[in-house]
Design a protein around this ligand. Structure first.
Ligand SMILES: N[C@@H](CCC(=O)N[C@@H](CS)C(=O)NCC(=O)O)C(=O)O
Length: 230
């Protein structure tokens, strides 16, 4: 059986979990936060999610895990059969990751601590987000799914990217980013109504208090280490 390592407050973890649930693949969850030494034996960069496959391989990086799941469990396909269409799905995922998710993530610590990010950082993030918005405007179909007629991996992937954009970048930059992409908000709302998204979100909400406690402990520990003599 697949073991999914990580924690439910992570959107990357949740997108992999959504894929496993969608494909009805049995899996166990192993709650682990990112700084543990044990995680480095499973995930070389110490990032979650990671999975341990039924054959004992450890795999990290959410998009790589998505590809592995599709290859190893082809039933209920989440990529189109035609290679060019498959590449378009991956292009949407990559663009969402590089130009929407990653810049938004640079604002998380300010959003969590209730402070404003420095102006220079806000400008940098805005520029990258503008590139992502333009690309998504050109690429996304929403007819009714993000890449066209078929539900694909990109629907699941972008849905969880959007949670980071919406929770952290939009509030820090005072900018309704998803609204800039026609059709995105309606599509996102309909994705959020699926039974799988609801159950993943309920687990996320349940993990949030423990995760926030963990974050505070990490911040306190970092401060102590900074203040102690070498
Ligand atoms: N590129 C990775 C990113 C995963 C990631 O950043 N996960 C976060 C949790 S949401 C993490 O492990 N953060 C801990 C750290 O950066 O040390 C992926 O796609 O899986």
């Amino acid at each position: 059986m697949i073991i999914l390592h990580g924690f439910a407050a992570s959107n990357y973890y949740n997108l992999v979990k959504h894929v496993l649930l969608y494909k009805e693949i049995p899996f166990q969850e192993n709650l682990i936060y990112s700084t543990s030494d044990k995680l480095l034996t499973i995930s070389p960069a110490g990032k979650v999610p990671a999975i341990t496959t039924a054959n004992g391989h450890h795999i990290s990086e959410s998009s790589v895990i998505c590809d592995f799941i599709e290859e190893a469990y082809p039933a209920k396909p989440l990529y189109p059969a035609e290679a060019g269409e498959r590449a378009t799905v991956r292009q949407i995922m990559k663009i969402a990751e590089l130009y929407l998710e990653l810049p938004s993530r640079r604002l998380i610590r300010y959003a969590l601590s209730g402070t404003a990010a420095p102006e220079a950082l806000q400008d940098e993030v805005r520029q990258v987000l503008n590139r992502g918005i333009g690309a998504m405007q050109r690429l996304c179909q929403f007819s009714p799914w993000i890449a066209g007629k078929q539900l694909t991996m990109a629907d699941i992937y972008v849905y969880y990217v959007n949670t980071i954009v919406d929770s952290f970048a939009s509030s820090q930059l005072n900018w309704d980013i998803l609204d800039e992409i026609p059709g995105m908000k309606e599509w996102h709302n309909s994705m959020s109504k699926s039974a799988i998204a609801k159950s993943v979100d309920a687990d996320r909400a349940a993990n949030m208090p423990e995760f926030m406690k963990y974050v505070k402990e990490q911040i306190a520990q970092a401060k102590t280490e900074r203040n102690s003599p070498p």
